[in-house]
Design a binder for this molecule. Structure first.
Ligand code: CMP
Length: 139
């Protein structure tokens, strides 16, 4: 059964260029409630663990280096149909293909520095949220 939560990270390119507020505004205006929120500098080891599902992909090494190059903002978000609706709000992984009005269309610079991450399933939303937040941090 679908849950009503998803997980997101605002990536290092967007935090370094002062787009945290702009992106959180788009998230709230999109109807999502922020359940949990924190800014974190990931070590390469932690970034590697987060993206472990991609470890056989050719871009994995660069992705880990990039995701540990500056702070990220991690958040759990709540809305009906959260996973699918959030993926619509952020747009395609490659910003060149992202639709008008999406977060990546507005803020992403490249397929790697693509401003935000969004969970791809309810199961991963829960795993990824738990990676950053314990049950006592989720309101
Ligand atoms: P994200 O949704 O965080 O999940 C995996 C990330 O790998 C993806 O966003 C991209 O930022 C990054 N990535 C880098 N290169 C590629 C690629 N060629 N194809 C897909 N994802 C890529």
């Amino acid at each position: 059964m679908a849950t009503n939560r998803t997980f997101t990270m605002i990536k290092p390119d967007a935090t370094q260029e002062n787009h945290i507020g702009g992106i959180l505004s788009m998230i709230e205006e999109g109807g999502f409630r922020i359940v949990a929120l924190k800014k974190v500098l990931l070590t390469a080891e932690r970034a590697g663990q987060f993206y472990e599902v991609h470890k056989e992909r050719p871009f994995y090494g660069d992705l880990v280096k990039y995701m540990s190059s500056g702070p990220i903002v991690a958040a759990i978000l709540e809305k009906d149909n959260a996973v699918a609706d959030f993926r619509t709000l952020i747009g395609a992984t490659n910003p060149a293909q992202a639709a008008e009005g999406t977060i990546r269309k507005k803020y992403a610079k490249s397929i790697e520095a693509n401003a935000v991450h969004g969970s791809d399933s309810d199961e991963n939303a829960q795993i990824e949220g738990n990676f950053f937040f314990g049950p006592d941090e989720q309101f």
